[in-house]
Each structure stands twice: as structure tokens, then as C-alpha cells.
Design a protein around this ligand. Sequence first.
Ligand SMILES: [Zn+2]
Ligand SMILES: [Zn+2]
Length: 353
Amino acid sequence: MQMLSARIHQYQRPLVVERVPKPSNVHGEAVLVRVGAAGLCHSDLHLINGEWKDAIPLALPKIPGHENAGWVEEIGNTVPEGLFSKGELVAIFGGWGCGICTFCKRGDEQLCVAPQWPGLSQRDGGYSEYILVPSYRFLVKVPKKGRLTPEELAPLTDAGLTPYRAVKKVTHMLGPGTNIAIVGMGGLGAYGIQYARLLAPHSTVIAVDRKDKKLSLAENFGADRTVNSATTRNIRDEVLELTDGRGIDVVVDTVGAENTIADSVRMLAKGGALVVVGLFGSQIKIPLLPAIVNEYQVIASLWGNYNELKEVIELASQRKIKHAYQSFSLKEINQAIDQLRQGQIIGRAVIVP
Ligand SMILES: [Zn+2]
Ligand SMILES: [Zn+2]
């Protein structure tokens, strides 16, 4: 049996859409999932560009795609009976941990000491008609009440999960009268704004991006104020004006470029926190004296854990999260990649095999 997949054959080249053998070794805890949708992430661009080939050595060809949702197709023989049924809609948690290290045991399998992420390790990802999930432990059941579609679910497993963990880490800093800014209104930022709104209901929520089109999406998704970082004369002055001279208590940088980090630090209020989740640049550079004098906190946050994904899916099922995505077929995946590279995607690009 064969399946259609998009694979990296060579770095810095378009993906090759081709027929490959469908996984047939569905035994033990493994579950084969028919992919309903797979989100396209900036991390895929880094991977395809070969920028991570030392950090994440891959034996090519490889199927990327780490934001996946679909329907249970085949169930291994040691999966607890009755837990999943064929045809059931599931989201796939991407932190495929070993299950026994300290981080896995505390519930943070995305931080596992020997992680195997789909499409970002030796495991194939979801730009394919089927994906083999090594254990049912990585599947999240989807409540029926929200009638969520795979296109809505898939981005929740990363774009919709990473900013959730980031905002949750700092909710204790976000009482009435405080300000939170989300920098970058791409796939992650579009969700980040909504989590800021939901988890910090008495804070002022500010969206920062270089494109007005993305800032109007942020307004639709709950931002109180927006700042265009490309056209502002002075980002600190503008932010101080918007916040009555206070500055921003929490800045979540979903880009992680050196210039966005520099801007983010300049926006901070005294005692403020910078939470970095974006992986665009290579360093976090912060001026030392203001950092110490103002007791800035710098917090890094990676993806999210299984329970956080369950919470995100619960919020989505309650229809408390809005979705922004553009669908592409597997055959159109290279167009989607080009559009993402050029910053033309509003929300998330989603591949529907
Ligand atoms: Zn990602
Ligand atoms: Zn582990």
C-alpha cells in the first residue's frame, strides 16, 4: 500500500510530492492516523532550509509536519481496548517523549531528554496521507461539542499551544491595570492575542507587527491596541503613550528575531518579563544595566505539554478561540511554503492531504 507524501530530499530545495510506502507496522502502542490537516510552521522553513541540520540531523528523505490532526485508522494490539475507535477524530501531541525521564514524568514531554518530534526527528511527520504515531499516549481526544474540524485542530497542536504555555507562565503578573503585548501576528501571535485576552481579562492587550493587515486580524481577535513596528517613529515612546507611561508588564515575542527582541525589551515596564517563544534569530541580546536596574525577567518557553494541549482543545471546543487559516492541498505545499516565506499567510497555512 502506498500513500501520497511531501518529503525533503535535499535541503534548500522544494519538497518532493510523491507516493511512498504506507506504514504497515502498526503494532504495540502505535496508532496509524489518517491525516486530516497538518499546519505549516516557520520551524519547517528552518528545517527545509537546512539551518537545523546540525541540531536535528535527519536521514533524508524525510516527511516534515509536526502540527497534525486526523482520524484513527489502525490501532496497535496493546492500545487499551475501547480507548480509541477507528474513524475517531484526534489531535496529535507533538512532544513524543520517552515517558520515563524527569521532564516526561513531570508532564512536560516536549522537554524530554531524548525527544522524537514528528517531522523534526527521525520520525516522519504529517505532510502525508497517513502518519504513524508511536504511542496512543500522544493522541488527544476531541470533544464532540465544538464540532472542530481537522483544519482548526492541527494548528492548535503547536501554533495554538506554544503561546498558551507562554501566557500561562506569566498570568500571575497580569492583574488589573497591567499590560501585555504579543509581538508578531503570525500563526502563533493570532492565538497569543486570544490567550492574553482570555487569561488576563483585566490587562490591556497590545498587538505588535509590521503589517497592518495582520494587526487588524489581531483587533478582531481581541487586541485593545495595536502598534505597527515598521512605521512607528519610536516604539518605546508609542508604547509609553499607550500605557500612560507604564510600559508593558509582559511581552511575548513570537518572532524571536534580534530586532524584535530589542524592541520587546524597550517596551518593558519596570519589573517586566520578556517571554521568548519565536525561533527566528540566533541570540537573545539584552542591555545589561537596564535589565538589572529594572529587574527584567527573561523567560524561554518551548511548545506546550499534553495537558496544556487538552486545555487548548477544550477552549476551542467551547468556541472561545477563533481560527485563521488558509488551506492548501499536498500538491500545493511548495506554494504554501513560498507564501509563508514571503510573509503572505494570514494566520496558519494548513495542508489538507
Ligand atoms: Zn512549529
Ligand atoms: Zn523523556
